[in-house]
Ligand binder design. Structure first.
Ligand SMILES: Cc1cc2nc3c(=O)[nH]c(=O)nc-3n(C[C@H](O)[C@H](O)[C@H](O)COP(=O)(O)OP(=O)(O)OC[C@H]3O[C@@H](n4cnc5c(N)ncnc54)[C@H](O)[C@@H]3O)c2cc1C
Length: 393
């Protein structure tokens, strides 16, 4: 995605960093690789932070290997095996060296699509709502001096180009911003629909295939607009189209707690907090992007995230009580997910899920046998901000 959202919050009118813990280590490694921009202002309200995706990959490898993780890349999960003890026993993966099973005490579904939870038959949210996906791309050879703050003028230039009948754009709300390295900008502007106008579905292979090809067509079309209509982009070229289309939302867990719009807009507190989300509602609806913010400067600008949003409901988790679901497929409503799906909250959820699994493993207890206060103490010891009191950054 080449840009972190949700690391910061607008705390009573001042932008503060609210996500720390493992994110600090990852960002430090990216910075050491010269792959991290300084944070930039969005709508005058909050920061995001762009990065070089090659630096992200290398920093992520080093972070995981440095923590002692064994990585198995090029493996696609396709099924689960349940044991006789009410627990998941194995995850079945397809790889170049054949099909095999990965056994574990705890499984954490960070597939984005809730694949593991789906295979396990755990209850998912029934609404089927989908934010529209986008195929990201980056352009290079932009004349920075002439382009200036082009992100401010591009919306009006798009309107003019449409009014003249020269271009038709799939959505408003274009995000066209500079990256770390000179002349390189990211473009978040495509919007991918099925033939009937519904959002491309990231759990449907045919819909994904059609959407990806359509995304590449839209990228070429938008490059032509940039070159013809936007000062500084005359000699820009397509540096990279993302390796796959970007899916914002598919299956979401129906967990012990469902994070909703009111929680985000009302800056909710939870006794079982694992960290915070400071990003507003960002709804990619047909043809546009809608934003909804907690009160600025009236509110502290972030909500706590409860551990329960990672836990399948016990009633539906028969055979899968050792499963946690983290990231954009965690237990959130459609609107809640439009906020807490971004990178900052995903770092929080991922760190909490991994820490809980480790605590349960060390103590030899089930996941639900670990007291939230013990998890919170471990997260705080590892530098996480739980959303109590003033943010440290
Ligand atoms: C176009 C677009 C732009 C965005 N822009 C931003 C932005 O600027 N800033 C920001 O912070 N957020 C942005 N987001 C949101 C953010 O990127 C995602 O919500 C976030 O990355 C979700 O993280 P995740 O780890 O839950 O899932 P993902 O990042 O989707 O990761 C899931 C991983 O699981 C793998 N996987 C899936 N299924 C299987 C399987 N069956 N077996 C094996 N592996 C599997 C996938 O290959 C993937 O690597 C954007 C999203 C989109 C789509």
């Amino acid at each position: 995605m080449t840009n972190f959202c949700g690391l910061h919050a607008n705390v009573h009118g001042t932008i503060r960093r609210v996500v720390h813990g493992v994110a600090d280590e990852l960002l430090a490694r990216m910075k050491a690789l010269d792959g991290l921009n300084e944070p930039h202002l969005i709508f005058g309200k909050i920061f995001a932070q762009a990065y070089d995706n090659a630096a992200f990959k290398c920093a992520a490898d080093a972070t995981l290997l440095g923590a002692g993780a064994e990585l198995l890349l090029h493996a696609f999960a396709v099924a689960v095996v349940k044991g006789d003890d009410g627990l998941l026993d194995a995850l079945v993966v397809e790889t170049k060296s054949g099909r095999f099973a990965v056994r574990a005490a705890t499984f954490i579904d960070c597939s984005g699509d809730g694949d593991l939870a789906h295979f396990a038959g755990v209850a998912m949210q029934p609404d089927g709502a989908l934010l529209f996906p986008t195929l990201m791309f980056r352009v290079a050879n932009v004349d920075a001096a002439r382009a200036g703050e082009a992100w401010r003028t591009i919306p009006a230039l798009m309107d003019e180009a449409e009014a003249a009948g020269d271009f038709r754009f799939p959505r408003k709300g274009a995000i066209v911003r500079p990256q770390k390295h000179a002349g390189e900008w990211r473009v978040n502007v495509t919007q991918l629909k099925n033939a009937d106008g519904s959002a491309v579905d990231g759990t449907d292979a045919r819909s994904l295939s059609g959407g990806e090809v359509e995304g590449r067509r839209q990228a070429i079309d938008y490059l032509a607009f940039l070159r013809q209509r936007v000062p500084g982009f005359e000699a820009a070229y397509l540096l990279e189209i993302a390796p796959q289309l970007g899916i914002r939302e598919t299956r979401r867990l129906a967990g012990e707690y469902v994070l909703g719009a009111d929680d985000v807009l009302g800056c909710a507190d939870f006794a079982d907090t694992i960290g915070v989300n400071g990003w507003p509602l960002e709804l990619h609806v047909a043809g546009d992007v809608e934003w909804r913010w907690p009160a600025i400067p009236g509110s502290r600008g972030f909500n706590q995230l409860p551990l329960r949003m990672l836990l399948p409901r016990a009633a539906s988790a028969e055979g899968a009580l050792n499963l946690l679901v983290a990231g954009r497929c965690a237990s959130m409503s459609h609107e809640g997910q439009s906020a807490a799906r971004v990178s900052g909250a995903c770092f929080v959820m991922g760190q909490a899920a991994g820490t809980l699994a480790a605590l349960a493993g060390d103590a030899g207890t089930p996941l639900r046998g670990v007291a939230p206060v013990a998890l919170q103490a471990a997260l705080a010891a590892d530098g996480a901000f739980l959303g109590r009191g003033d943010p440290p950054g």
